[in-house]
Design a protein around this ligand. Structure first.
Ligand SMILES: Cc1ncc(COP(=O)(O)O)c(C=O)c1O
Length: 440
């Protein structure tokens, strides 16, 4: 980790674990985008999973009303009871489950319950299974808590879904946590109900009695219903259902996320962790989240956003598949597309360019990263590389993640730029030779 100029950081200052905690590169890209834009050109942002819609007015009004009514103090560290009841009712009715609000914990967004699950459940030497490509925080904490990472590759040939046979070899008596996320960030792939039933069977047959499956929810397209593994018989007792207001309600700045735990005891452990880390969360935002979940104005607002994302998905996937060297599946949910750019990298000679780099640069980049940075610096389109979604198992995988949480005109222009960049070998090699920026 680099520091800015100033007093020298003494050797041994940081605990070893700080050297192994992961990160989310989508945030690092902000500085690079500013660097490119400081030269005068606007960058089209397809890097962040942040909906480009405003927070629906009825939710914004609820937050403002709550502040004006004086709800600006500490509150229940587990989350205000009204919001926990709304979460329990909403998740319960979606998945046909009876959820006690005492099993619900509210967090500052969907990230904290990932790290806190490692703190709560995992001993050094335990194994943590996670599908990859994955949301990067699924990989972040494993070594930080001294556990053993067990990445489970999702394959393009099967639509980035997952079968019981693929999961089975990874479940041992050391497996404490299994992270899954369908529709997945970054692939948009979904495991069918039958596949989830297979996964549940494997967990029940091979997992230790105290194994926990962490399942994060996301929006789905084509009128389908999201199916949670928690709704498969026997799994509610083993599944942590996590979600939040960031994506569904276009409210990433509200920092309201939540998780439903299999038992009240687990919820109370997380309540205690919340006290230690956060005390409590802004009650006015929690009141806004309650309105978001309960108001009759929310379903039409969400439906409008999902329908816009679905149209953009269709537009972007068609445009990508029209580019020589790109193949892209139609994601079934989330708001990302995940094109395979192997053909483009071949055409540009990107793998050879990567292999010619010094070893210490190669360690922190990939052929897809070089193309990602070339796109940003020379074509002003910000995307994410495969490597940013689980480093383990990413070697030789040539993908980009393109967020469709950006306006239609920008997305059309971004696709046109990617098409031009994909044919621009001379400029690509000049970019790599310049050494301007070859790693994230
Ligand atoms: C699987 C998963 N968990 C958590 C999050 C983070 O959510 P939040 O913005 O609410 O922290 C994301 C966001 O992309 C995600 O994909």
């Amino acid at each position: 980790m680099s520091g800015s100029a100033g007093p020298v950081v003494p050797e041994g200052l940081f605990a070893d674990r700080i050297g192994v905690i992961g990160t989310e590169e989508a945030f690092s890209l902000g500085a690079l985008i500013s660097d490119v834009e400081s030269r005068g050109d606007r960058v089209i942002r397809c890097n962040l999973g942040q909906p480009d819609f405003p927070l629906p007015t009825h939710i914004a009004d609820a937050v403002i009303d709550a502040i004006r009514a004086g709800h600006t103090t500490y509150c229940d560290p587990q989350g205000i009871p009204e919001l926990r009841r709304a979460i329990a009712a909403s998740i319960g009715s979606h998945h046909g489950l009876d959820i006690d609000p005492e099993r619900v914990v509210v967090f500052p967004g969907g990230r904290p319950p990932i790290g806190l699950a490692h703190h709560a459940y995992v001993e050094p030497g335990d194994e943590v299974v996670y599908t990859t490509p994955c949301y990067p925080l699924f990989e972040s904490f494993i070594e930080y808590v001294g556990a053993v990472p067990r990445p489970l590759p999702l394959r393009e040939e099967t639509g980035f879904s997952l079968t019981g046979d693929e999961l089975a070899p990874l479940i041992t008596d050391r497996t404490k946590l299994v992270f899954i996320n369908f529709p997945s960030n970054p692939t948009g792939g979904v495991a069918s109900r039958d596949q989830l039933a297979e996964l549940a069977e494997v967990v029940a047959a091979k997992g230790r009695p105290d194994i926990r499956v962490y399942a994060y929810e996301a929006i789905v397209f084509d009128g389908e219903q999201h199916v949670s593994i928690a709704s498969i018989p026997g799994m509610a007792d083993r599944t942590i259902i996590a979600s939040g207001a960031s994506k569904t309600f276009s409210w990433t700045g509200g920092r309201i996320g939540w998780a439903v735990y299999p038992t009240v005891r687990e919820a109370k452990v997380h309540r205690r962790l919340n006290i230690n880390y956060f005390a409590s969360l802004p009650p006015y935002n929690q009141m806004g989240a309650r309105v978001a979940l309960e108001s009759p104005e929310s379903p039409p607002a969400i439906a409008a956003m999902v329908s816009a994302f679905q149209q953009r998905r269709d537009l972007v996937v068609a445009a990508l598949n029209g580019i020589d060297g790109v193949t892209c599946q139609l994601p079934k949910g989330a708001f990302y597309v995940f094109p395979n750019i192997s053909g483009v990298l071949d055409e540009l000679g990107a793998v050879a360019a990567y292999e010619a780099l010094p070893e210490e640069v190669r360690r922190s980049t990939s052929p897809a990263t070089l193309f990602q940075l070339f796109l940003l610096y020379r074509y002003r389109v910000a995307t994410m590389d495969r490597r940013s979604f689980g480093i383990r198992g990413s070697d030789g995988e040539h993908y980009l993640r393109i967020s469709i949480a950006t306006g239609d005109d920008d997305l059309r222009e971004a696709m046109a730029r990617i098409e031009r960049a994909a044919k621009d070998a001379d400029e690509f090699h000049s970019f790599v030779r310049s050494g301007e920026r070859l790693t994230l």
